[in-house]
Write a protein that binds this ligand. Structure first.
Ligand code: SF4
Ligand code: SF4
Ligand code: SF4
Length: 792
């Protein structure tokens, strides 16, 4: 039943600040209260779960969703016994088989991803504590009481200050260490245990992201769940090229914020352009909306080659490691700002800012490592202002005649197309350019069909500068490259959850779809925006983050509006919610956790399994990482999976080596324990898979709709969900899906529009109605079940 009032309780803030409650329950000392009711709650069974504490849950997930391995590489070269050939049932010298080895590589990827997010979070946290003090309050405003759902669930406490976040950080770092250790030769030998550890690493990744985002939201005063967060300018065409330009690339907002602060302090807002690529761009605009977003990671080489940036500030993650070499080509200066990426540059952190500026503009150094964000701001701005005029005189890209001449060098060897991750017809485009027809190259440039990874250029036997040609051809359409994106709003408000909790759990809102992750798209960026549009038009809640959020903003509909202009930022049906950067992804499982707590009153503290079981069986959410490429994306998806949320990847996702696929032919796999009646009942494959890779947008769209079906749907909700599933299947494949009968429990589940077609299929399959569980679960009963499925 929906709560009667959505008015937040107003006694809580004072209550939290003025009391230090300690409640003793048996030998458990509890110093917190849980979200909605304000009542003290007992600590659940798994506070601060260690590597093996949630193993039983993982095994339950894997019983249903068997790991499916696509060996991307069937050799192992991790130690000096190797290389070992693991094909045809052979084991490595250490005894490991191909299955365990693939799972080990998945764990390793998740450890790397989790480490990237959590090291980022640790850096941010300590930097912000230094600036604001450890007692700086975690206050997300009146509409958010459950400020840190992941921390509450895993650590068993609510953090009240920045300093409190250190406890969760310490816990996570310890777990990450144990997990990475398991990757060493001669440790774990079982593929399922590697998987369980990978799921733990994913969970730690989710925790690290929540710590990082909460810290930056409160300390840097970023939007706090604001559904009306402003639209920010985006696209290469939004940058004023006549001004000095500082470009920030990466994920850590500290140095970008340092630039913004300096520009503001000196009153230079109208004189200097500050822009960003990748999540750094999102977070800078959460900090200050005057900064501009160039776009996702796919814009990196295009923009650097264009030579528009005078100074490139790099922090961490997803930055081209040859950024210094690329910057040198057009005399831009690079400032490295974190220990993760020093680029061989001299560490001038303790040097006087003006002396660093002098060394950079006099070309005594190629760039500098500066680990102090405030100094980065001063140096970057001063250097950009001093070199911009001279750089403006440089001819940075070939003109169109030169491009034609360069293209004539092409021998038609075909290697550019062959090495392209998407087999893009670059050779044809180059040949076209050699005849003065640039339209084919333009078509590849548009919508990031070519995401300028640069592999083709590397391989070209005639050293044709394909990327520079692309950058120039793109420049011709700069005016069209003006888009926008709603600034990342951070968490979902508790009041919003109160409103949508019931419709989501009962199925009236057909699903929550989150488009996250990178730009390794198989056929350009528009696919993501088209999927988002499809689901928005169908009343789903659509959430975005990271490069996915930017990609969605780069699409304009028939009337010329971006989806952010067309749809509200409410977490409600037809809402398009940009939570923010990669670290803001934490708010997506966070919203699902809040549904379990606020709507269903499930206690969070130390209660991971019950919460995840609730999400798996009742919250119709689905993640989509269509362009996932990084280890971070592997960790994000794996963590999301452990909470019981399915994820759809694009075709490149199979290179992660492992999917979690459900077997619809094994009916016993889908049996459910009805916790209310005490009976075991037959269920449906819902969600059918936990990690699925689709080949194209059409397949993904249909699968996403199907993956929002949950055993808990009411008949009205199931009708709605099936209606979308059937409708999309008809739209993209021209037929009613044959497996629809599996999702019909009783006749009332059948969508009215498709009644006849579905009834025909039911008849053909010999369908019989079955009981709808009242409290579906895959967890064990505390006692023997009253009745088993099929009356046994
Ligand atoms: S870790 Fe094992 S499989 Fe890999 S190279 Fe060493 S001995 Fe071979
Ligand atoms: S830059 Fe990369 S994506 Fe673009 S055509 Fe070349 S290889 Fe393909
Ligand atoms: S690799 Fe270079 S030479 Fe070969 S087809 Fe491509 S552009 Fe032409």
């Amino acid at each position: 039943m929906a709560p009667k009032s959505t008015k937040p309780k107003d006694f809580k803030e004072d209550f939290w600040k003025s009391k230090d409650i300690k409640i003793s329950i048996g030998d458990i000392v509890q110093d917190e209260v849980s979200g909605e009711s304000g009542e003290p709650v007992e600590m659940g069974p798994t506070p601060k779960p260690h590597v093996t504490d949630l193993r039983e849950w993982d095994m339950k997930l894997m019983d249903r969703y068997e790991p499916f391995y696509a060996p991307f590489c069937d050799m192992c070269c991790l130690c000096t016994y190797g290389k070992c050939d693991l094909t045809a049932g052979k084991k490595g010298a250490c005894g490991i088989d191909i299955k365990a080895q693939q799972a080990r590589m998945v764990l390793l990827a998740c450890c790397i991803g989790a480490a990237a997010h959590s090291a980022h979070a640790r850096h941010l946290l300590e930097h912000l504590i230094e600036k604001k003090g450890k007692d700086f309050p975690i206050d997300l405003g009146m509409n958010i009481d459950i400020e840190a759902p992941i921390i509450r669930t895993l650590i068993g406490k609510a953090p009240k200050t920045l300093g409190d976040l250190r406890e969760a950080m310490d816990y996570m770092e310890e777990q990450n260490l144990h997990l990475l250790s398991a990757c060493h030769t001669g440790q774990e030998g079982s593929s399922v245990d590697f998987e369980s550890k990978a799921l733990h690493a994913g969970l730690m990744d989710n925790l690290g992201k929540e710590i990082g985002d909460i810290a930056q939201i409160v300390a840097l005063d970023m939007p706090k769940g604001d559904e009306n967060a402003p639209l920010v300018e985006m696209g290469m065409g939004t940058v004023d090229r006549d001004k000095p330009i500082v470009l920030c690339i990466g994920h850590n907002v500290s140095s970008g914020a340092g630039v913004i602060d300096y520009v503001e302090e000196e009153g230079l807002e109208d004189n200097v352009e500050v822009c960003g690529i990748c999540c750094a761009a999102i977070d800078i605009t959460r900090y200050n909306q005057h900064a501009k977003v160039i776009g996702p990671i796919s814009k990196q080489l295009k923009f650097i080659r264009s030579g528009v940036a005078d100074v490139i500030v790099v922090d961490e993650q997803c930055i081209r490691t040859d950024v210094l070499e690329e910057a040198k080509k057009n005399q831009a200066k690079v400032i490295a700002t974190t220990d993760k990426m020093c680029l061989g540059l001299p560490n001038l952190t303790d040097e006087d800012a003006d002396k660093i500026v002098a060394q950079l503009i006099n070309n005594q150094i190629e760039g500098a490592l500066i680990l102090d964000p405030d100094k980065v701001g001063e140096v970057a701005t001063k250097v950009a202002m001093q070199i911009a005029d001279d750089r403006g005189m440089l001819k940075l890209l070939p003109d169109m005649d030169e491009i034609q001449e360069m293209a004539k060098e092409c021998t038609e060897c075909g290697w550019c197309t062959r090495v392209c991750p998407n087999s893009i017809p670059m050779m044809e485009a180059v040949m076209g350019a050699s005849e003065g027809d640039f339209s084919k190259m333009e078509a590849l440039y548009d919508n990031d069909v070519c995401y300028t990874c640069g592999r083709c250029e590397q391989e070209c036997e005639r050293d044709i500068p394909i990327m520079s040609m692309m950058a120039k051809i793109g420049e011709n359409k700069l005016k069209e490259q003006r888009f926008n994106m709603r600034a990342g709003r951070g968490p979902i408000q508790d009041v919003e959850i109160r409103k949508v909790g019931a419709p989501i759990v009962l199925g009236d809102i057909p699903g929550v779809i989150a488009f996250v992750g990178c730009t390794n798209y198989p056929e350009g960026a528009q696919d993501v925006a088209k999927m988002a549009k499809e689901f928005l038009e169908r009343n789903y809640i659509v959430v975005t983050s990271g490069c996915g959020a930017m990609t969605v903003g780069e699409y304009r509909d028939e009337e010329g509006n971006t989806l952010y202009e067309k749809y509200s930022g409410d977490f409600d049906a037809k809402g398009l919610v940009n939570v923010g950067s990669c670290v803001s992804n934490a708010h997506i499982p966070g919203a699902c956790i809040k549904i379990a707590n606020i709507f269903a009153k499930k206690p969070l503290e130390g209660n991971f399994e019950e919460i995840s079981d609730y999400i798996l069986n009742r919250v119709g959410a689905c993640g989509v990482a269509w362009g996932a490429y990084s280890q971070k994306a592997a960790a994000i998806a794996t963590g999301i999976n452990r909470w019981g949320i399915p994820v759809v990847l694009g075709p490149h996702g199979t290179k992660y080596r492992r999917l979690y696929l459900g077997r619809t032919d094994k009916e016993e796999t889908w049996q459910l324990n009805d916790m209310r009646s005490g009976n075991v009942v037959n269920g449906e494959p819902a969600p059918e898979h936990l990690l699925y890779a689709a080949e194209n947008r059409e397949e993904a769209t249909v699968e996403i709709a199907k993956l929002c079906i949950r055993p808990n749907d009411t008949s009205k909700g199931r009708q709605l969900k099936l209606n979308h599933y059937i409708d999309l299947h008809k739209k993209y494949f021209g037929t009613i899906p044959e497996d629809v009968y599996k999702f019909v429990r009783v006749q009332k589940d059948i969508p009215i529009t498709y009644k006849k077609d579905v009834m025909d299929i039911l008849e053909e399959k010999g369908w019989e109605p079955r009981a709808i569980p009242q409290e579906p679960s895959i967890r064990d009963f505390k006692e023997e079940p009253k009745k088993k499925a099929n009356g046994k």
